[in-house]
Design a protein around this ligand. Structure first.
Ligand code: ATP
Ligand code: MG
Length: 258
């Protein structure tokens, strides 16, 4: 079997007496979309911050493409092709789309000048590739004028430009309308079609059911369900399971869908 793109083994994260994560086993394979769900405080953000190298686990192992890594941090995560879109902090809203895409990785022309023309062309190509259909916006449009879903698209375009193999999205659809959510998922499908993996957190189980190839449910720091989307026949099945988790029969036990 091919190595996982990234794998977490027996990860625990403590904040003082709070155990945000306990014995978590998690992996992402190439080209798959993993949906992470669970109640407030379940440990979802902590899990992706560990993937992104933003938070160091208290114990456990991180394995990248089959090789254990030590001193995992944000710079190493980026070097390994992992781009994270944190909520709110994702984009510079007063800046244009093209500036946001190239922020920190400007294309240099002769004599070190920015190659504005090349950047505009590349931004335009990326926007079209990812499925920006609106004729209203050009690479020079200010991000603050875009809708929430389109902003997520710009963040994903930037990740593609940086040749990400894995894009992590923390609640990309929170506070978005139905139409905006559909845009975000449209972008996610584009990203997956080019072989890139996505991990996203969503409070809405229907969203996860719609788009994820694999569903991972966290409950109070533990993974209580991991299911291939193909194993789930209806969203109600997943909802029922989540309700059971809220009143667990076997606290902390990992279950499978019967
Ligand atoms: N920096 C921190 N310091 C102390 N405790 C923290 C810190 N970050 C997270 N926690 C705690 O760890 C637990 C898990 O938090 P986390 O943010 O991962 O949950 P979450 O599943 O993302 O929740 P939400 O759905 O509300 O975003 C919570 O009890 C939280 O209070
Ligand atoms: Mg969170």
């Amino acid at each position: 079997m091919a190595d996982h793109l990234i794998e977490l083994r027996d990860i625990t994260k403590r904040y003082g007496s709070i155990e945000a994560l306990a014995g978590v086993e998690f992996h992402v394979d190439a080209g798959e979309v993993v949906g992470l769900v669970g109640d407030n405080g379940a440990g979802k953000s902590t899990l992706i911050k560990i993937l992104a190298g933003a938070v160091r686990p208290s114990s456990g192992e991180i394995i990248i493409r089959g090789r254990p890594v030590s001193k995992w941090n944000a710079a190493r995560a980026r070097a390994a092709g992992i781009e994270t879109v944190f909520q709110d902090r994702a984009l510079a809203v007063q800046q244009s789309i093209v500036r946001n895409i190239f922020m920190g990785s400007e294309l240099a022309g002769p004599f070190g000048w920015l190659n504005v023309k090349r950047e505009l062309a590349e931004a335009d190509r990326l926007m079209r590739e990812i499925g920006f259909t609106s004729k209203l916006f050009t690479p020079r449009s200010i991000v603050g004028q875009l809708s929430g879903g389109e902003r997520q698209g710009v963040a994903m375009a930037r990740a593609i430009h940086k040749r990400a193999d894995l894009i992590i999205l923390d609640e990309p659809t929170t506070a978005l309308s139905l139409a905006e959510t559909a845009k975000v998922f449209h972008f996610v499908r584009h990203v997956r079609a080019r072989g890139c993996s996505v991990v996203f957190i969503d409070h809405n189980i229907h969203h996860v059911f719609d788009i994820a190839d694999r569903v991972v449910v966290l409950d109070r720091g533990r993974i209580v369900l991991e299911a291939e989307r193909s194993e789930l026949t209806t969203v109600e099945e997943l909802i029922r399971f989540m309700e059971q988790v809220a009143h667990p029969v076997r606290p902390g036990g990992r279950r499978t869908l019967e």
